[in-house]
Design a protein around this ligand. Structure first.
Ligand SMILES: [Mg+2]
Length: 226
C-alpha cells in the first residue's frame, strides 16, 4: 500500500508571491531606464491589470504592455524586461526554511511524494530543478498535462493514478483553500491547508461542510502531524 503526500508548488514549497513582485518591479524599472515612458507605479499597475486579464501563466505580459503604451510591441524593451525579471526571480528563488527538512522527514516515514500544480509543465519543472527538489518527487502532475486545473477532481485522480495510490491513503498540502483543500477533499483525499490566517469565509465553509483538515501556518509543522 502506497501512502502518498502531494504538494502544491507556488507559495507552498517556496515564496512565489513575494519574489514575483520584486522581480516584476525590477523588470519594469529596467524597461523605464531603457525608455518606457511611465513611472514605476504606473507601469506596475498596468502590468497587474494585464496579468489579471491574461492570467499568470501567459508568457507575453511584457509584449502586451509595450503594445498598450506604444501602440506596437517593442522587442528590445521586452527583452530587457524579461532578462531582468528572470535574473532577479532566480537570484531570489529560495525554499521556505523548513521545506527541505519536511520532505526529508516524509521520505524517512516512507511516504511517496508528488506534486499537483496549476501551471505549465516545463515552467513548474524548472522551479523544482532550480530549487533542488526534483529528486524528491515520484510524480509531478500539472494542469497543462491533466487538461484541467485544480480544483477539478480529474487532476487529483490523474496524480493518484500516476502514483499508484488510493485517495484514502493520500494527502494534499497547499496554500489555496479552493484549489488545493476543497479540490483534494472532493477527490476523497485528506488535506492540509497552509495559511498564515484562516479567513472567516473559509472557517464558515469548514464548519458548514464539517470538513476534516489540518491547518498549519508553516510547512515545517507537517513534521508534527505526519
Ligand atoms: Mg499555491
Amino acid at each position: 500500500m502506497i501512502k502518498a503526500v502531494f504538494f502544491d508548488i507556488d507559495d507552498t514549497l517556496y515564496d512565489t508571491s513575494g519574489f514575483a513582485k520584486l522581480a516584476r518591479k525590477a523588470a519594469l524599472n529596467a524597461m523605464i531606464d531603457a525608455g518606457l515612458p511611465l513611472s514605476t507605479d504606473e507601469a506596475y499597475d498596468l502590468l497587474r491589470e494585464i496579468i489579471k486579464e491574461k492570467g499568470s501563466n501567459y508568457d507575453k505580459h511584457l509584449n502586451v504592455l509595450t503594445k498598450r503604451v506604444f501602440g506596437e510591441e517593442k522587442p528590445l524593451l521586452i527583452a530587457i524586461g524579461m532578462i531582468t525579471y528572470h535574473n532577479v526571480k532566480f537570484a531570489l528563488l529560495r525554499l521556505f526554511p523548513e521545506t527541505m527538512s519536511t520532505l526529508i522527514h516524509l521520505k524517512a516515514q516512507g511516504y511517496h511524494l508528488g506534486v499537483i500544480s496549476n501551471g505549465i509543465t516545463i515552467k513548474q519543472y524548472e522551479k523544482l530543478v532550480r530549487l533542488g527538489l526534483h529528486h524528491f518527487f515520484h510524480s509531478v502532475i500539472t494542469s497543462q498535462e491533466a487538461g484541467v486545473e485544480k480544483p477539478d477532481i480529474a487532476i487529483f485522480e490523474l496524480a493518484m493514478k500516476t502514483m499508484g495510490c488510493k485517495a484514502e491513503n493520500s494527502v494534499m498540502i497547499g496554500n489555496s483553500f479552493n484549489d488545493d483543500v476543497l479540490g483534494a477533499i472532493d477527490a476523497g483525499m485528506s488535506a492540509v491547508f497552509l495559511t498564515i490566517e484562516l479567513k472567516d469565509s473559509e472557517r464558515a465553509i469548514i464548519e458548514k461542510k464539517g470538513l476534516k483538515l489540518d491547518i498549519i501556518s508553516d510547512i515545517g509543522q507537517i513534521k508534527d502531524i505526519m
